[in-house]
Design a protein around this ligand. Structure first.
Ligand SMILES: [Zn+2]
Length: 390
């Protein structure tokens, strides 16, 4: 016992200096107070335009990462044991080789001891030899915030829980592949849940629903849906066609073959966007409203300069309730005669398999702000209509 205590004290004094003195890591996750999605300066999304709706923040893996108010953090912190309180609330460092999670090799998730947000996964844990639990990447990049720490005469990147700002440890750039990063954790900041264990609600993703929209080129539709309050992710892909796992090239050339030379039952794909959303924040009807503001549903197999069946307007529904709502919404639009008597050609069909588009099509407009899709702004990006939003 005496030897163990001596080893811990030695580690407490020496190892932090060795490990923390290493080079500052090139880790740039979203800061705790940064917007979850940045706006771009292209024609579809002016940089300064922001929604008036106080939106929740979600990570791409489906967790609510809205920063907790200070009062709520203080309330949660009162339940911590003294060591967890010292580490997470006072930026303390636990002695090396003494935490209970260092040698934990079980499958599961390492969650924030304060607010429960999953921060690291056993799949990304490695033995760094430093005496602290080490990971080469977070559970989700939006769950771990980083900030410059120049204390103790060193330049380091402190890591914190993105939801409650708990101090977790630091990140260094001497980790293994594929990231080259070493997230050095205080075990006292983490609560481990085995894979088979039921995690509490605060450590689970929000309950989501899925909706599919086809409104011409998927770049712009995806870009705008991604900015809607309550939307967790928007993904570009192909669906409703009869070819499995189509490529972009195949979809572009799908109208080149005469119908008589097609196999029986052939159907072309549509460029579509899969929208995962939190129905407690935004309803399917509100998404429909935005969808019809973004594109012209009276154009057959065309949107703006893009011609072809892949640019058709479509709503691909996941259940009877969505189908009923989609049909009712179109009927409502027609009743209002918003399109000068022109017919709405939007097809409404049960969703078939969604095939995600190639990686370079995802977040395309965010990565290529010089490009733009010729589509209208949905209500959540329009100051006047956003103010009247639910
Ligand atoms: Zn937390």
């Amino acid at each position: 016992m005496r030897i163990l205590i001596a080893a811990c004290l030695l580690a407490l004094v020496i190892l932090p200096v060795v490990a923390l003195g290493m080079a500052r890591a090139n880790y740039a996750p979203p800061a705790a107070d940064a917007p979850a999605k940045k706006t771009t300066s292209d024609t579809t999304a002016p940089a300064k335009e922001t929604t008036a709706v106080p939106a929740k923040k979600y990570s791409r893996s489906g967790y609510d990462v809205t920063p907790l108010p200070r009062a709520r953090v203080e309330e949660l912190a009162k339940k911590l044991d003294p060591e967890a309180y010292r580490v997470t609330q006072k930026a303390g460092t636990e002695p090396a080789f003494c935490g209970t999670l260092l040698d934990n090799h079980k499958d599961g998730a390492y969650c924030c001891v304060v607010c429960g947000l999953p921060l690291f996964s056993s799949a990304n844990k490695f033995n760094s030899g430093t005496g602290w639990p080490s990971f080469f990447q977070p559970f989700d990049v939006a769950h771990v915030a980083g900030k410059q720490d120049n204390s103790h005469g060193m330049e380091r990147v402190e890591i914190n829980c993105a939801r409650c700002d708990a101090h977790l440890g630091h990140v260094f750039d001497d980790g293994p592949k594929p990231t080259g990063l070493r997230f050095c954790l205080n075990g006292a900041a983490l609560k481990f849940y085995e894979k088979s264990e039921q995690r509490p609600a605060e450590s689970m993703p929000v309950k989501t629903e899925t909706a599919y929209f086809a409104g011409g080129c998927f770049w712009g539709i995806e870009h705008y849906f991604q900015q809607a309050p309550g939307v967790i992710s928007a993904e570009s892909g192909y669906m409703q066609g009869s070819v499995d796992k189509p490529t972009y090239k195949e979809v572009c050339e799908q109208d080149d073959t005469a119908a008589s030379k097609r196999p029986a039952g052939y159907k072309p794909h549509a460029e579509a966007v899969k929208v995962t959303f939190d129905p407690t924040t935004i309803s399917y009807k509100d998404l429909l409203r935005g969808f019809f503001e973004m594109h012209d549903p009276t154009q057959m197999n065309r949107q703006g300069p893009d011609y072809g069946t892949q640019y058709r307007s479509g709503l691909y529904t996941t259940d009877d309730a969505q189908a009923a709502e989609a049909k009712a919404f179109v009927a409502e639009l027609l009743a209002k005669n918003l399109f000068s008597g022109r017919k709405i050609v939007t097809e409404i069909e049960p969703a078939k398999t969604f095939f995600p588009a190639e990686a370079y099509h995802q977040d395309y407009l965010e990565q290529h702000p010089e490009r733009g899709c010729h589509i209208g702004k949905p209500w959540w990006l329009n100051k006047k209509t956003a103010a009247a939003a639910p």
